[in-house]
Design a protein around this ligand. Sequence first.
Ligand SMILES: Nc1ncnc2c1ncn2[C@@H]1O[C@H](COP(=O)(O)OP(=O)(O)OP(=O)(O)O)[C@@H](O)[C@H]1O
Length: 385
Amino acid sequence: MAQTPVTEDQVIEALRPVEDPELHRSIVDLGMLKAVQIRDNGVVGVLVALTVPGCPLKGEITKRVSEAATELDGVESIDLEFTVMTDEERENVRKLVHGGGGAASAGSNQAHGHAEGREIPFAKNGSKTRPLLISSGKGGVGKSSVTTNLAVALAAQGYSVGVVDADIYGYSIPRMLGTDREPVVIDEMLVPPEMWGVRCISMGYFVPPGQAVIWRGPMLHKALEQFLTDVFWDEPDFLLIDMPPGTGDIALSLAQYLPRGEVFVVTTPQPAAQKVAAMSAAMAEKVNLPVRGVIENMSWFTGDDGKRYEIFGSGGGQELADEIGVPLLGKLPLVEALREGGDDGKPITAVDPESETAQAFHEIARQIAVDMKPKKVYSDALKVI
Ligand SMILES: Nc1ncnc2c1ncn2[C@@H]1O[C@H](COP(=O)(O)OP(=O)(O)OP(=O)(O)O)[C@@H](O)[C@H]1O
């Protein structure tokens, strides 16, 4: 007996759960599914509009659409064609996922130092995102490595995670995460590239390779503000900020942009590093941000003989934690695989999750996500009158 042919509506419903890999929304709801045509012999013609020409994830979209359509009884194969959205369609997508108000529209966030543009969503009461500011007193202690691996650990534990590489003079997160693809721009909304479940935006994407950032202060501040407003973060559970080293101007304005931020200080075990790191804790206090914990990096090296060597001394992390009155969340060993993974875009926490180092990152992530979860949930809707 001949099978009843599928209908266009059935194909559309079968494709509804297919998400755009970057926007994490249904391609049907986004208006990307332009046409479905039932042809002979179980062939279905499908026309999909990409948000931008040369969309880097066209291959992934093809795979998802094909799999979902051919799961339907009566569909043998699909004939998939692509087109590109018009400016108006892109504007609709941006409004749908990122809300109204374009990048240049008037905003209401004067309290945070800027009178135009969108509000910083993470500054609002009721935002579900916890901004984690990863800071250190000086460069080279492994702040970016810690930010990257902590983000990967949180994502692996099921949280949605974004990273802002605010270390604008020494941006390294895209290389460490392996997100070397540029952000896609949809109607002035930046869609951050994603790797290992972590979305990332960095000044590195806006500087030609081999060149230094020579922007003046106000432009840097503007850029950072845009990283918080014009990027489609989609309300992640955690937004990690790789802070620039030290207690400079940029660190100060970031602290103002993120009044709900929680500061975590990375240090090495030697007392000198600990004194410098204490300054960054003092800065956090000055701008009224709580320091929530200390993370000690490069704590020991395990030799071929199986013995632990404390190359950079010991005790610095604990002393700093005691001095500020916060917990020492963990100690991370000095391991070649961590450096190599950082150089190749393969964070140790993602590629070797059972290793001692990855486990240490997981334990730090767990303490932050579970033990330090805010108890009281503020609701905008509830007011005492
Ligand atoms: N635990 C570790 N074991 C081995 N190598 C490490 C470890 N932590 C960091 N590194 C390496 O040390 C170097 C500096 O680390 P990283 O860039 O993370 O530091 P940073 O504090 O962010 O520095 P900067 O502020 O200069 O960007 C990198 O090459 C990194 O791979």
